[in-house]
Ligand binder design. Sequence first.
Ligand code: AMP
Length: 431
Amino acid sequence: MSFASLGLSEPILKAVSDQGYQTPSPIQLQAIPAILSGKDVMAAAQTGTGKTAGFTLPLLHRLSSGTPAKANQVRALVLTPTRELAAQVADSVTKYGSNLSLRSTVVFGGVKINPQMMKLRRGNDILVATPGRLLDLYNQNAVRFNQLEVLVLDEADRMLDMGFIRDIKKIISFLPKQRQNLLFSATFSKEIRTLAKGLVHQPVEISVSPPNSTVESVDQRIHPVDKNKKSALLCHLINDNQWHQVLVFSRTKHGANKLVRQLEAVGLNAAAIHGNKSQAARTKALANFKAGKVQVLVATDIAARGIDIDKLPYVINYDLPNIPEDYVHRIGRTGRASESGHAISLVCADEFPYLADIEHLIGKLLPRELISGFEPVHNLPESSLDRRPPKAKKPKKPKVGHKDGQRSGDVAQGHKVGRRANSRNKRRGNN
Ligand code: AMP
């Protein structure tokens, strides 16, 4: 199947071939015809699947006809959870729309609002935005939605995780009722389905791969190590293997800063991106990393969301994430678009519960490899995928009226689910 057979116009096909894309990815194969038909779409797809082109290409096609956007008006609105993702989606719009005369712009917080107001004034066919800044701009009459035709929610699960639900609902209340709605999310949780109910109408539902299957193209391993040896091990690995471009995840902002100082102390070129850094500093660090000027980029989970770096070869988990789904998001930064990649986790004994949660989520045990000179003093316990609680001993005289087998099974299941959910909520609260 080729891009041409999907019904996209010549200028778009040319832009796609200029990018070197030869065949549509599975999400593109399904989403492009559905979006071109004008239907609402609900798609389960992670970053790395080609989802951005999956909605951008048909969006550009649709907007190439019809009345261009008038002053302050917007014809298609793409909402994203983070500034980085907004900037990336906007880049994709520019790339894929390079042979069209459509106008687009991007707005997000952390930078001056005035230049954004100026760009909105001329009217835009596509506006990419993060929710908070968009509301500010709307409240200052800088943007109007009378001409709005399409709403895209990108990474909707992240938007809910980050507490944007009220902002999103408010924004939706400003939009014309008659419009096409496209909802993209890595997972379809109960919360997303509830949001979708009030948003999409008779949607085409697309699911390209089970949430964790992109993990398959990534070579994953762990190096058990003591906590106080982690930074020395990381330096050793980078130098020994001559890694030139490494994305390292840290659980905390403070930890990211500290690690950058430790890497710099041994002469490595490193930078951190996290929520306490200004937008300008984050953009610069990312650009330098992409250009090969920064060898090691240390990121927290939120800051790294949606970062798209072509063929990133190595992702290192300096700390394991305490939310197991974040592990899958993290390693999705490598082995993208059918390239193979490496995800290496440095795991100390304290992190064993996180490791067990991750292995349970991805349904496999991660291979372990000790690095000579860094063998841990505090042993990392052996893991197992079988996390059932030990079987309760059968009482000798079962009480009359109970079906034992079924009852103990119910209790065990309830206990397991409840414990996982409780511990996760507790950890989220600690973040
Ligand atoms: P996304 O999932 O939108 O973040 O895209 C992941 C990566 O795949 C980006 O670097 C895109 O440039 C690339 N990509 C998107 N579509 C294709 C395609 N059909 N063929 C090859 N690469 C693609």
